[in-house]
Write a protein that binds this ligand. Structure first.
Ligand SMILES: [Zn+2]
Length: 58
């Protein structure tokens, strides 16, 4: 099952739900659903496999 993580857009500051599939790790590029500007999304996993996600301006 995919993980859903609340993230805040670094441009428009809207909170959105980001779906992260279980294989995803590292860096991915994703456009904001609200303002369409590109995010650089960092996905890490803790020891339980839970995602830790941070978002920066790309
Ligand atoms: Zn945005």
């Amino acid at each position: 099952m995919d993980d859903e993580v609340q993230v805040q857009c670094p441009y428009c500051f809207q909170w959105q739900l980001l779906v992260v599939d279980p294989q995803t790790r590292g860096v991915m590029i994703q456009d904001c659903d609200v303002c369409c500007r590109p995010w650089r999304v960092y996905v890490e996993r803790d020891a339980d496999g839970r995602p830790r996600v941070s978002v920066e301006r790309s």
